[in-house]
Design a protein around this ligand. Structure first.
Ligand code: NAP
Length: 339
């Protein structure tokens, strides 16, 4: 009888353990993109590493079963917003995402991206790119379609956004966004789409505690003023902010060449790393969760990449709790050199 009474206690302990290990339960936090765009989870998952052999080493340390587990774990934790692009893994990331999506009942939201290659000289090339992504993703409509870089080449921004507006009107795209656009380019994109009654809902930029240039460049302030949601890519500085890498233990592959891992540069970032560790201890969270929570506190949607279930689960634990205003301010002060 006595042991029977212990069952709820044990269950509670197990749940707390899970909570402590990964810091999450079912996450329900959502955000609207732009003024009235699709509703997405307040944290996304980036799929650049899915199928990418050259940069991330897909097929070596991890493969399809690991990224499928990352997908399933994220969805189970309430992370239903997935960022992908036609070029990730030569289309493999979209193919995998499309395949995994077929196997679940839960609706997910997908952000796909158009690359303005110089040989794409006519608006039909944009229509063909949208069709390619729709096919690989096995969907009839893409929730958010973003222009990956602000290159003009032979297609003007006017033709580009006019064509994307017609894709929205045709129902093949729900909302339009951009990536890596500066203040002026974002204003222009916003204006061009407005001519067709279509809002610019998002600008995706490189933003983390050690990559804060977008603040100095006024991009965050301009996005706020225009009602454009900011999505943060590489929010963990490609693993740097998880605390698992050091000059003696740099990441493998192309990232090993990243100058941030050279001893002198790495040591300059110690104060940020120390605070992530300290605040992680206070809240029973990991450094990655603290780094992502800091971005969420700035009203940003981070889209950390995840290759495994463990990473997806851990990153989902950035939601559902908050750093204190003093902790947010301390991280801001320590990371000021990277403004
Ligand atoms: N629009 C653009 O121009 C653009 C540019 C870059 C990225 N993106 C998007 O943004 C997403 C995220 O950026 P990113 O992948 O460059 O960088 P990131 O999210 O800062 O870092 C992702 C990498 O960090 C490691 N990691 C992630 N979670 C971890 C955890 N909890 N614990 C330990 N290690 C962890 C993994 O690599 P290891 O295990 O190998 O360390 C993972 O691949 C991309 O997937 C892509 O969708 C867009």
């Amino acid at each position: 009888m006595e042991s029977f009474h212990k069952i709820p206690q044990l269950m509670c302990k197990t749940w707390l353990l899970t909570f402590h290990d990964y810091g999450q339960g079912q996450i329900m936090d959502t955000k609207k993109l732009g003024p009235d765009g699709p509703e997405v989870s307040a944290l996304g998952l980036g799929t650049w590493s899915w199928g990418d052999r050259w940069y991330w080493g897909y097929g070596d340390q991890y493969g399809e079963s690991e990224v499928e587990a990352a997908f399933q774990t994220a969805v189970d934790a309430g992370i239903t917003f997935f960022d992908t692009a036609e070029i990730y893994g030569g289309g493999e990331a979209e193919r995998l995402l499309g395949k995994f999506r077929q196997q679940i009942q839960t609706p997910i939201q997908i952000c796909a991206k158009y690359v303005p290659f110089p040989w794409r000289v006519q608006s039909q090339a944009i229509n063909a790119a949208v069709q390619g992504s729709l096919n690989r993703l096995q969907v009839n409509c893409i929730d958010l379609y973003q222009v990956l870089v602000p290159f003009n080449f032979l297609i003007s921004q006017r033709t580009l956004f006019q064509t994307l507006a017609t894709e929205v009107q045709a129902g093949r795209i729900k909302a339009v966004g951009v990536c890596n656009y500066n203040v002026e380019q974002m204003h222009q994109a916003h204006q061009l789409l407005a001519e067709f009654g279509i809002p610019l809902v998002a600008n995706q930029v490189r933003y983390s505690l050690i990559t804060r240039q977008v603040e100095r460049q006024g991009i965050l302030a301009a996005a706020k003023q225009l009602g454009v949601t900011v999505m943060a890519n590489s929010p963990l500085a490609q693993g740097f902010l998880t605390g698992k890498y050091s000059p003696d233990q740099p990441p493998k592959g192309v990232r090993a060449l990243d100058s941030r891992f050279r001893r002198a540069n790495f040591e300059k970032r110690f104060p940020v790393i120390d605070l992530l560790r300290q605040f992680g201890k206070t809240h029973g969270r990991t450094m990655a969760q603290v780094a992502l929570n800091w971005l969420i506190a700035q009203d940003i949607i981070p889209i950390p990449g995840a290759k495994t279930a463990k990473q997806a689960r851990e990153n989902a634990g950035a939601l559902g709790w908050s750093l204190t205003p003093d902790e947010i301010a301390a991280l801001e002060a320590a990371s000021r050199p990277w403004l």
